[in-house]
Design a protein around this ligand. Structure first.
Ligand code: SF4
Length: 344
């Protein structure tokens, strides 16, 4: 590990260097346009990751140009992965963003390798590749261009409206390979959004993304996750959300109940105690057995959402529905930690 620190602007964060793995930190940036956010620019050594335990995931290979996410979702279970970098998993996850500035060039090189088998690559499965940092670093156009030029199938899961900047690239990639896009919209409640997903675009804006993608011939599914017990799971709220998703033209809707793995659990529980103290006891009981809500709860949510989806005409028969592209079943992939495999 080298901490080159070629150009430093802002506070000294060199204490974080030791656990940035094999990636070389080239610069730490604080800039007025992103007040409160620090970017750690790194030269990554590899970019295509193989997901450990991929048999449980609908994808095996991923590309993540960023670590940390300014969308700052309280429930995000990629938080724990920030701990592997010796960065704070709470506010630090929201504000200390690692940027692999060579991600696009590296990907082009790795895709060209005779060892790369050309498998599907999932993006946005650890942190959001269209978070605000992408407006500054513009890594995704190069990544999409590389994937298109190699006719490599891929999928993107995002809450970011910035994906619309790359519509033409998505379309041209879709002409030569399977491309799947999913937008994450769990609920419509504005108050809930402002507190639990404070850095993400509003749910209505994400639905506009679904509409725009659909209008441009890019089938777009919605990952309705996480459904938050006692806050977004009433029949009325589920109905309103699925109805809006259908009206936006989504090709599919996949519900997922909140789960609270270590890292996210502590952060979410502290948020709950601040904003909904009366629910803390309910959550302790619902999540008494661990990170996941009980099976009966998960089954109930899935059944309700699927029934509503059918009622509102969302499904695989809708034009533009994904063909052969894994549907997202998980907000984030397993945290990339010390055992994360890389291809090249
Ligand atoms: S859930 Fe997704 S959008 Fe939200 S902070 Fe995590 S990676 Fe970012």
């Amino acid at each position: 590990m080298r901490w080159d620190n070629l150009h430093r602007e802002g506070p000294d964060t060199s204490g974080t260097a030791a656990l940035f793995g094999s990636d070389v930190v080239t610069r730490t940036v604080d800039t007025p346009e992103f007040r409160g956010v620090t970017f750690h620019e790194v030269r990554a050594r590899s970019i295509i990751n193989r997901v450990p335990g991929a048999s449980r995931m609908p994808f095996e290979w991923t590309v993540n140009p960023y670590r940390g996410c300014s969308h700052a979702c309280v429930y995000c279970f990629a938080r724990r992965s920030h701990g592997y970098l010796d960065l704070d998993t709470g506010t630090g996850f929201d504000t200390q963003i690692v940027v692999k500035t060579n991600a696009d060039r590296l990907l082009r090189r790795e895709l060209a390798s005779p060892r790369w088998p050309g498998h599907h690559i999932a993006m946005g499965t650890n942190v959001d590749c269209y978070q605000r940092a992408e407006g500054r670093y513009r890594l995704m156009p190069g990544i999409l261009t590389a994937l298109r030029d190699h006719a490599n199938p891929f999928s993107i899961l995002t809450k970011g409206t910035l994906i619309l900047r790359d519509l033409d690239l998505l379309r041209s990639a879709g002409a030569v390979a399977e491309v799947g896009v999913s937008v994450s919209v769990a609920f419509l409640d504005e108050q809930l959004w402002r507190t639990v997903e404070p850095g993400a675009p509003a749910p209505e804006r994400r639905l506009e993304v679904v509409r725009a993608l659909t209008d441009h011939g890019i089938g777009c599914g919605v990952l309705m996750a996480p459904v938050i017990p006692f806050l977004s799971d009433s029949p009325d709220r589920l109905r309103a959300t699925v109805r809006a998703i259908a009206a936006a033209g989504a090709t599919s809707v996949t519900p997922l109940a909140l789960h609270l793995r270590p890292g996210a659990r502590e952060w979410f529980t502290a948020w709950l105690a601040r904003h909904h103290p009366g629910l803390v006891g309910h959550y302790e009981r619902l999540y008494a057995d661990g990170a996941y809500a009980p099976r009966w709860y998960q089954r109930r949510i899935t059944r309700q959402v699927h029934e509503l989806a059918e009622e509102y005409g969302i499904g695989p028969s809708r034009p533009g529905a994904h063909r052969g592209v894994p549907e997202p079943r998980c907000v984030t992939e397993p945290e990339p930690g010390p055992t994360q495999l890389t291809l090249l």
